[in-house]
Write a protein that binds this ligand. Structure first.
Ligand SMILES: [Zn+2]
Length: 384
């Protein structure tokens, strides 16, 4: 093997480990498309030089149950921080170059507290998590943080509605504070969108539509394994897509947005009006209450499908993930949306799977971590 070819093979192996984290030799062979002997030659050389290491614990099992050895970049060669700033708390995950999560944690702040206070809480949290995990940020590769509401980079020159404008400005402050303290590449995105990426990563799908029914309705799109941002960084804001026939005034200033039907406050109100006992009530729902819940479920599912149908037609996703506290009130919602979408497509086989969330803790921060790996991978490809 000539030196040029060998270098090219090495780059492929390193890129695969950087993008995917630790992998067994068999998995690595599939990822880089090298013959067994070529791969062995390259990995032996990289191992000898300490660029990559063998991890002692493997998850992939082969044959008689002995874990397959996994190869990874030297764990100390890069660290990643994923953050999720929510309205009243911040969550963090810290990982190394093998994509191994070293530590995670959360801390709270007062609702509406100023951003410099939230940043201090975040800094203390990061320090605490790193110390507990014995993690050092000697080669911090990327910091990625989620914020509530859309984050539109200054270059996009977009005027957002007033209710979003605040989180946009806050996003700038967060980015500056983080990069100022750590001196590492720092990116910001909407935390709902980052949760979409965490879901795609968890289920291993490349194309996914995510919709979160909480105080507002947010969403995210993953295509070909990456987050879709769109021209103005507003891709996936399905909460403000209009529902035909609806006229309710939305906080964005428009009428009939999906949010005016499917957000938590609206669903709670609809349940109350239909006579459903408040959530947490000790008495089980009687027949009448169950029928009322069913009615609200039908209404919300119908509105969601008005918005989802063209999105599904346009993107042909493998999964539609519905998340958020509304699912607790309307447990039948997923099935209802699945059925409605089934009725619409060509054969029924081309319909996305509708499911609830798989990642139920630190989803925004884990998505931020993944976005950090992707950003770093993209940058590495741009420079080599
Ligand atoms: Zn709206």
């Amino acid at each position: 093997m000539g030196p040029g070819v060998r270098r090219e093979h090495e780059e492929r192996v390193l890129a695969a480990l950087r993008d995917n984290g630790a992998r067994s030799r068999a998995e690595l062979g599939e990822l880089v498309g090298l013959s067994r002997s070529s791969l062995s030659e390259v990995t032996t050389s990289l191992l000898d030089r300490g660029v990559i290491v063998v991890l002692d614990k493997g998850t992939a099992r082969r044959g008689a149950g002995r874990p397959a050895e996994r190869l990874a970049l030297d764990p100390s060669s890069g660290q990643y921080i994923g953050l999720d700033f929510q309205h009243a708390r911040v969550e963090v995950v810290v990982a190394d170059a093998t994509h191994e999560v070293l530590g995670a944690g959360r801390a709270t702040y007062e609702l509406g507290s100023p951003w410099h206070e939230r940043m201090q809480v975040a800094f203390d949290l990061i320090d605490g998590v790193a110390e507990k995990a014995n993690a050092h940020f000697g080669a911090l590769a990327w910091i990625y943080a989620g914020v509530p509401g859309p984050y539109v980079p200054p270059s996009a020159r977009v005027k957002l509605p007033a209710f979003w404008e605040r989180s946009r400005i806050n996003g700038y402050g967060v980015r500056e504070a983080l990069s100022g303290r750590y001196g590492a590449p720092t990116s910001i995105d909407n935390n709902t969108r980052l949760a979409a990426l965490a879901e795609a990563k968890e289920s291993g799908v490349q194309d996914l539509v995510y919709i979160r029914l909480g105080q507002g309705v947010g969403g995210g799109l993953v295509q070909a394994g990456r987050l879709t941002r769109g021209t103005h960084s507003l891709a996936g804001e399905l909460g403000h897509a209009p529902v035909p026939g609806k006229q309710g005034l939305c906080r964005c200033g428009k009428r009939g947005c999906l949010e005016t039907v499917a957000a938590l406050p609206e669903v709670v109100k609809a349940c109350q009006e239909a006579g459903v006992p408040a959530a947490g009530s000790a008495t089980p729902l009687d027949e009448g209450a169950l029928a009322a819940v069913d009615e609200v479920t039908t209404e919300v599912a119908a509105a969601m499908c008005m918005v989802l149908r063209p999105v599904v037609m346009a993107l042909d996703p493998e999964e539609v993930v519905v998340a958020g506290p509304v699912l607790d009130l309307l447990p039948g919602l997923l099935l209802r949306v699945q059925e409605a979408l089934m009725a619409e497509r060509f054969t029924g086989l081309d319909v996305p799977r509708v499911r609830g969330p798989l990642v139920t803790a630190h989803e925004g921060a884990l998505g931020a971590l993944q976005a950090g790996y992707d950003a770093q991978a993209l940058e590495s490809k741009g420079t080599t």
